[in-house]
Design a protein around this ligand. Structure first.
Ligand SMILES: Nc1ncnc2c1ncn2[C@@H]1O[C@H](COP(=O)(O)OP(=O)(O)O)[C@@H](O)[C@H]1O
Ligand SMILES: CSC[C@H]1O[C@H](OP(=O)(O)O)[C@H](O)[C@@H]1O
Length: 399
């Protein structure tokens, strides 16, 4: 029988499959006579993920462990273990508002930087499924609802100011924010060591670095990210942080959670959909482009319902206030989406959607389109009046 565990006091050590099995036994996560097997399945940039299965019953759980460094780089990049606690707490906080879209936390062990999670292996990581040409009819509506509910209910629109500020302190996440500040908002816009630029893109990238207008707009977006403590964000909402099937959607891996601008999560998700659109053959593009529109529609529709139903802000009834808030969220969303696209093309953490394209001519062409769209989103974010003008830009770029 699985139990809910919360342990503090052990000394930190890195797990391996044997130690992970031993922990599952110590925590009594399975029944006494279980025969356990374990595989490390982590494919992310930062952590270990162990899947432990009772081979007789097929019952399984996930043990995720933070390492004291960024796995993608190695021990030369130390990283706080506190991120495991932040991740578990963010899952619990967001789970209050969208329980069907957030994985269940079965336990935590702060000293080992461990989170025990329900096993979602019956689902597919959205990035992988999309790369394989799948379409997920519920993805946009579910993510729109997830965004609206988690962002609205953790904001000043829904919370007493004391409760909100308590959460701001609880979710202070400086080291993980610094990664985003560097890898999303700074390094790709300078000649930084962390960048990874294909030679055929060098001249375009140099033009990007030399464009003072773009730099000014990215500086403003970075400042917004640094200072606008709107709501408890997921903080890294790309398609690799979402499990999907035709029926279900689950958002996982919120270790970058912190109080930031509402448009950041929306922008990262939309950016990753845009990159996927660019990689698809003509007949497969439109379905996914429509998902961008549906995400925004689902987000705004639900956000407006919550605004009318549950806002505690004295000003919420003032005509046009909500419209103006959503207009600002849209322009932030588009600017952040532009930065996310650019960093995924030339920065440290690139995406399989683009990297797995074997035909180098095709890959370079798509990367150029992505850089162009990213820059246009950043520069024109205040001018796009609707999500349709954005999707039309994407449609036009791949014609
Ligand atoms: N609850 C889960 N159930 C099943 N597999 C999971 C679960 N959580 C993570 N994984 C697997 O582990 C991989 C890495 O997990 P992730 O949380 O993204 O780690 P990181 O923080 O290192 O990016 C995921 O892509 C997924 O394949
Ligand atoms: C050195 S961290 C790089 C990159 O990795 C994170 O993604 P994930 O944990 O899902 O692999 C995040 O996007 C960071 O920017």
């Amino acid at each position: 029988m699985k139990r809910v565990v919360k342990v503090v006091g052990k000394k930190y050590e890195e797990l391996n499959v044997e130690k992970a099995i031993q922990l599952a036994i110590d925590y009594q996560l399975f029944s006494e006579h279980s025969e356990l097997s374990c595989t490390e399945i982590g494919d992310g940039n930062l952590n270990y993920v162990f899947r432990i299965t009772d081979i007789n019953t097929d019952e399984s759980i996930i043990i995720k462990q933070a390492l004291p460094y960024a796995k993608v780089v190695g021990e030369s990049w130390p990283l706080t273990l506190k991120r495991a606690k932040i991740e578990a707490e963010a899952l619990k906080e967001h789970g209050k508002y969208v329980p069907k879209i957030v994985p269940k936390v079965l336990g935590t062990d702060t000293s080992l930087a461990i989170t025990i999670l329900e096993d979602l292996s019956h689902l597919t990581v959205a990035r992988e499924g999309l790369i394989n040409g799948e379409n997920y009819p519920k993805l946009a509506a579910d993510i729109g609802e997830y965004l609206a509910k988690t962002l609205f209910y953790t904001s000043d629109f829904a919370l007493h100011p004391f409760d909100k500020k308590k959460l701001v302190v609880q979710f202070s996440n400086p080291e993980l924010c610094k990664i985003t500040e560097d890898l999303v908002f700074t390094d790709p816009f300078f000649d930084s060591e962390t960048n990874n630029i294909e030679p055929e893109l060098q001249s375009i990238v140099e033009a990007l670095w030399a464009n003072k207008k773009t730099k000014l707009e990215v500086a403003k977006l970075k400042r917004t990210f640094l200072t606008k403590a709107d709501a408890l964000l997921h903080g890294d909402l790309h398609t690799g942080s979402i499990f999907v099937s035709q029926k279900e959607t689950k958002v996982f891996d919120p270790e970058f959670a912190f109080y930031g601008p509402i448009g950041f999560d929306i922008g990262q998700f939309i950016a990753n959909l845009i990159m996927q659109v660019l990689t698809r053959e003509r007949e497969q593009r439109e379905l996914l482009t429509l998902q961008i529109e549906q995400t925004w529609l689902a987000f705004t529709t639900t956000f407006s319902e919550l605004w009318k139903k549950d806002s505690v802000d004295n000003y919420s009834y003032i005509e046009d206030y909500e419209v103006e808030v959503l207009r600002e969220v849209l322009s932030d969303t588009l600017g952040f989406a532009g930065c996310e696209i650019i960093r995924r093309v030339i920065g440290l953490a690139q995406v399989k959607d683009l990297e797995s394209i074997q035909d180098s001519e095709k890959r370079i062409k798509i990367k150029k389109q992505a850089l162009e769209i990213g820059e246009l989103l950043i520069l024109n974010r205040l001018k796009f009046g609707s999500i349709h003008s954005v999707t039309n830009l994407v449609r036009g770029a791949v014609e």
